[in-house]
Design a protein around this ligand. Sequence first.
Ligand code: PMP
Length: 361
Amino acid sequence: MSSAIHPEQIFRPEILGLSAYHVPPATGMIKLDAMENPYPLPPVLREEIANLMMQAPINRYPDASAASLKTSLRRALTIPDDMSILLGNGSDEIIQIIAMAAAKPDAVLMSVEPAFVMFRMIATFTHIRYVGVPLKNDFSLNLELMLNAIAEHQPAVIFLAYPNNPTGNLFDPEAIKKIIAAAPGIVVVDEAYQAFADTSFMDELSEYPNLLLMRTLSKSGLAGLRLGLLIGQPKWLEQLEKLRLPYNIGIMTQLIAEKVLHHTAVLSEQAEAIKSERAKMSTFFATMKNVEAYPSKANFILFRVNKASQIFQALKQRRILIKNLDGTHPLLENCLRVTVGTPEENSQFCTALQSLLNEIA
Ligand code: PMP
């Protein structure tokens, strides 16, 4: 084979033009950048998981339909009986499956901006045209702009995260309903942060035939397992199921997720602890000068400072890793995002931020 062949000659230009989703190294850091749940499972449950692992037939392929896990999910998340479930290796994979299915030559995938970056990236991966409709300055939905964009671009798919990442707010549910009603295609309400929001579109599924609901176990303490799910009317999920790779959910994920789903009280206690820490952090932000923190219904808080990149770097030097969003979107100028961690982690972050703001801002 000729060594003169280069990726530029073989791969699509839009892939060559992408920068990979950046995951910074975090060894030894206080990790408040990725919306993980900071709490481990209780020791008794971990022991039960260890026993399950010992007996797991890993020489065999996993159950391709993950039937038993789906039954547990249906019960734990109170999924209506007449709705189907599609499982993904994280909800990322589900976004990709939906985009692949919808990527006709002129099809459009629409979301808001700023939103979860994978909506745009996966549109590029799957060769479907992406349209991002700007949010208002306070990060609420611009319904008029959205309805105009829907009329103009006729999107096959609209993704709306509820609460939104990276802004943390819930959009007005009535505005979302108007969007669903106006959409010529499907609308995926991405409830990745539902555990911290106390609200959901689950009850609306039967009312809106073009509505699909996406959830993930990642933010509830199981990010390492990679399990996301899509819930919706069977006519949509039957088609999407054809694109799911046969064994996308490994046996360890199936066994552990099912075990943990029989102990949902553990997960809800942890979510409550995170919500109460979120409230404490919001109070802290409110007392500080030169910081504007945005209201959050998720397990992270977006805030604006004067010199975001300097603050971000200085926190990193103190081994505290958060997310720098400055430069990623005009509405996010000088914005940083911190995930709510344990009380100790949060207080270290708050102390460090306070002293840096005195030094830098
Ligand atoms: N949706 C939103 C809004 C997210 O913020 C994330 C993770 N950052 C995901 C989906 C993907 O989560 P996962 O693939 O871990 O299920």
